[in-house]
Ligand binder design. Sequence first.
Ligand code: NAD
Ligand code: MG
Length: 393
Amino acid sequence: MQKRLTLLGSTGSIGDSTLDVVARHPQRFSVYALTAHRNGDKLVEQCLRFAPEVAVVGDADTAAAVERKLRAAGSKTVVTYGPQALVEVAKSDGCDTVVAAIVGAAGLVPTLAAGQAGKRILLANKEALVMSGDIFMDAARENGAVLLPVDSEHNAVFQCLPSEGTKHGGVTKIILTASGGPFRTREPATLVGVTPDEACKHPNWSMGRKISVDSATMMNKGLEVIEAHYLFDLPGDRIDVLIHPQSVIHSMVSYADGSVLAQLGNPDMRTPIAHALAFPDRVDSGVAQLDLTQVATLNFEKPDYARFPCLALAMKALAEGGVASATLNAANEVAVDAFLNRRIGFMAIAQTVDAVLNALDNRSAASLDVVLEADAAARRAALKIIDSLPVPA
Ligand code: NAD
Ligand code: MG
């Protein structure tokens, strides 16, 4: 049966890759809704190509502009806007599958709505799970939602786990691989002066700017450890991080008998996206077959927590539990934004997150409201700390 998709965040990097795979299989997938924040022109192009029933944008002005262009081109796509409109398309009967590809905390409420509506969810928006892991997983379980990880590491783990998941007695550990980002070998003392463009120049992956900065600080891997903890129900001390600069092994699962299963492939998000879209089938993703003679060498090293303090901060937040990881995530989003806008230096990202975690009390993540309050409080605290920091030269 054809799958009908809502694609939250269709104009981003994951959105592009998803639509590329969808376009290869028109008999398998059709599009119910596409959503963007401010990039109305790109959304118009996507609507004209994929003819969704609904298109959602962030505000009324963008909606009016998108609607005008769509009508002029003869499109019948209905245009809506705002956070509630995202929730509506995520839970609508018009779709069975929701691709959660909004960046950051803005993805939480619509992704949770998809969980509550029992959808099949292709999860790229790791921040949603980092903020509200237990709430999100409970909602998915109680409402029969199926969660398919799109994050390449988690998709790899999913592929390497037995069907019972980590409940299978033989699973000992998950090993998340990490490229180490653009600054893996750079002299730590020189990191103070790196620019946003340098931080966004990832050696292996092409991604949105926020996750690219997170890869450079390795906060991304920290968020992924938290994501893995909730997705696969394993404590943090059974989730290892291993630096693997070639990004060919996307992650591994180790077993009691000494076996280690790994998933390999060229670093292209269309592979995990195609896997999750078609699961349990396998379809062409447009990604070239891996040629190991070309790759030739696979290297591995331990992560350097002194060079990458954000990784250690995320591990600490996971160990603390409660709203600590929502606090960490919000402080990081504000700090990354300030770095991208050249308001703070690169090393001040970790400094800001650390200061916010120290300044705010932790408490149990008892409800979505508590999580959203913790998120808001962390944003306020981060902005205050950033105000006191020097503007980089
Ligand atoms: P991106 O910045 O390229 O795209 C983000 C999308 O979200 C865009 O469509 C944008 O319009 C939308 N958006 C942004 N702010 C919004 C808001 N406030 N409200 C509604 N929509 C909003 O980001 P990306 O690189 O595609 O990443 C998306 C998510 O996938 C992130 O959570 C990221 O961590 C995760 N992810 C990305 C990759 C990758 O290769 N890009 C890999 C693994 C996981
Ligand atoms: Mg990843």
